[in-house]
Design a protein around this ligand. Structure first.
Ligand SMILES: [Zn+2]
Length: 426
């Protein structure tokens, strides 16, 4: 994986700002990023520069005495960045954005609760709230720094936006991106029903402390076939990120290598920069890679064992389909023939069962049920090959979106039973 922590601070800022803009998390002029480096210098984005075309020469540096240098003027919001660094010496990077779903919470005076999935909760933690003060003012700086001082790593700013922080820029960014998608999921879930919040206890414990650790074996030279499958899977994961089907480090994908072995995404590795060598090969009780496998590895294994026709499996926390998962709302696939043909009926399972009873849950998969809605997680799809599984993933997110949007128009008029019976024979 590209390790952006190894590049100079100004280049990291340009890289993450471009990613933020491409992900539609900031407008041309909004948002600002900063890094506090080991020499006590503080680097920040400039004011009034097109964030879509930022270059490293545009980044402004402050020294320890607070004097700045560079080709541009610093962001007018630099006082609160200073304030946070003074308050917390474990924070070395800050991301500030005016991303749409978090702005919705900000202007409604609310804080999104990340206890919808283990990844959201683990990535974001508890969320703070800072009361309104004018942008760029010292007063705003004090208000935000005070909330960070209480230990929060993400703070919603009333009628303004969001600030996230971390030990490095990618961690701060992943928090903000994950919370934006959490906020979208919560907004979409509103039209479906009550959210079933993730409770502290055994499910969360199983997530944090997975059963499968698997003895690590040295990475051997892979066959040409294995290398090709790994390259294709990594490419599809990066595409899933660009298509908003995977976010930061969330979402899993795997592909069968032979009767017993498969290759799967690693746990906790950024999906946007995933490379073939980051993937983990699972062979019986061993794994090849320095990375830990995705948390649902035992469910992937059980599905491959039980279903010889399944060649690829993917899970996603894409926001529309996850809105169904976190409210426990069944996905009605009788919308258009193309969706029904690809998705058929989608059984629902609890996250606890997906983690702790993989064999039983694998038994729910069939040609008539090639996907599973996993409560407090998202969707799992299977496919006859990698592209087939990816197609299902796209279709299920599109279908979930259409169902939510159709609610505003009076709801779904499902395809009738006679036509469904006919489609079942196709
Ligand atoms: Zn702002």
């Amino acid at each position: 994986m590209t390790d952006i922590n190894k590049i100079p601070a100004r280049d990291q800022i340009v890289c993450i700002m471009k990613r933020m803009y491409q992900q539609k998390l900031t407008s041309l002029s909004g948002g600002n990023l900063s890094i506090y480096d080991a020499e006590n210098n503080f680097w920040i984005t400039p004011t009034a520069v097109d964030k879509g075309n930022l270059t490293s020469d545009d980044i402004v540096m402050f020294n320890e005495r607070g004097e700045f240098s560079g080709n541009q003027r610093p962001s007018s919001e630099y006082p609160f960045h200073w304030g946070i660094y003074k308050k917390r010496n474990d924070i070395c990077a800050i991301v500030h954005a005016h991303s749409p779903a978090l702005i919705a919470f900000s202007i409604a005076g609310k804080v999104p609760n990340p206890r919808i999935t283990p990844v959201s909760f683990q990535t974001c933690g508890e969320i703070g709230f800072a009361e309104y003060a004018s942008p760029g003012s010292q007063e705003l700086g004090y208000a935000i720094a005070e909330v960070f001082g209480r230990g929060f790593n993400i703070v919603i700013l009333e009628n303004h936006g969001v600030v996230s922080a971390g030990m490095n820029l990618i961690k701060a960014y992943e928090r903000m991106e994950t919370l934006e998608y959490t906020a979208r999921t919560l907004i979409y879930a509103k039209s479906l029903g009550e959210v079933k919040w993730l409770q502290p206890g055994s499910t969360l414990e199983s997530w944090m402390n997975p059963v499968f650790t698997g003895e690590m074996v040295p990475i051997q030279d892979a066959s040409q076939d294995t290398s090709d499958i790994k390259k294709l899977l990594a490419k599809i994961v990066r595409r899933a990120y660009r298509q908003h089907l995977m976010v930061s480090t969330s979402g899993s994908a795997s592909a069968r290598l032979n009767r017993n072995d498969f290759v799967i995404t690693p746990y906790g590795v950024d999906r946007n920069w995933l490379e073939a060598d980051d993937l983990v090969i699972i062979q019986k009780q061993t794994r090849q890679s320095n990375n830990a496998p995705s948390r649902l590895v035992e469910l992937h294994r059980a599905i491959y064992k039980k279903h010889k026709d399944v060649e690829s499996i993917m899970t996603s926390q894409a926001p529309y389909v996850t809105a169904f998962a976190v409210t426990g709302t069944p996905i009605d696939t009788r919308s258009i023939p193309e969706s029904y043909m690809l998705l058929r009926t989608i059984p629902q399972v609890s996250l606890a069962d997906a983690l702790q009873q993989p064999e039983e849950v694998a038994g729910l998969i069939s040609r008539q049920s090639p996907a599973l809605l996993i409560e407090n997680l998202g969707i799992l799809v299977t496919g006859e090959n990698i592209l087939h599984a990816f197609d299902r993933l796209e279709v299920v997110e599109f279908s979930a979106r259409s169902l939510i949007e159709a609610k505003a128009l009076g709801g779904l008029k499902p395809i009738d039973d006679q036509e469904i019976a006919r489609l079942n024979f196709m």
